[in-house]
Design a protein around this ligand. Structure first.
Ligand SMILES: [Zn+2]
Length: 188
């Protein structure tokens, strides 16, 4: 069952970015984590460790989706990129792209699960509907990080499987419709 659990109320302010309008969201940047306790890390432990970073969404190994940021706020999830053909600031990228972290022990050689691909496909379609961008507007962090090679995630991600699942889920998009109110960002 596809569901999104909003846990933004217990995300520490230290990792919450400033206000953002829904119309400024251009697409999705996909990441994988490297280790366990991703939820605690992204909700504040990263700040305690001196490098505040988070994500808009976290997808656990079983495919459970957590929404980490409060309505109308973005997450710091990307550093400098070259998306526009010039060097873009970290803030610009984090504002423009919704960050999804897929929980994975990258350096241990773990592979993302089928459930994570399914959840990501569903979430992408939902976000594309809510924010009015193409569901194809999804990048891997590695593809945009500047300088090239600075990042290598999402590790072992099966893009072909994800796009196939999106095509399948699109035929059942009505199932996702009533979830959009959880995600829609008003101007609060
Ligand atoms: Zn990343």
């Amino acid at each position: 069952m596809f569901e999104v659990q909003d846990v933004s109320r217990v995300t520490k302010r230290d990792v919450i970015g400033g206000p953002i309008e829904a119309s400024k969201r251009l697409g999705v940047l996909l990441h994988t984590t490297d280790g366990r306790n991703s939820l605690a890390w992204l909700q504040g432990a990263s700040a305690v460790a001196g490098k505040p970073a988070s994500a808009d969404y976290l997808i656990t190994r079983s495919g459970h989706i957590y929404k980490l940021m409060p309505k109308g706020h973005y997450a710091w999830h990307a550093g400098v990129t070259n998306l526009s053909g010039k060097v873009d600031t970290a803030d610009y990228v984090s504002r423009s792209f919704i960050g999804i972290e897929v929980e994975n022990a990258d350096s241990a050689g773990q592979l993302p699960t089928r459930s994570q691909h399914e959840a990501t496909a569903g979430l992408l379609l939902l976000l594309a509907t809510v924010y009015d961008f193409s569901p194809l507007h999804v990048y891997g962090h590695y593809a945009l990080a500047f300088p090239m090679g600075r990042r290598s995630d999402p590790h072992a991600w099966d893009w072909g499987l994800m796009f196939w699942l999106m095509a399948f889920a699109q035929a059942h998009i009505s199932l996702l419709g009533d979830l959009s109110s959880i995600i829609a960002e008003g101007g609060e």
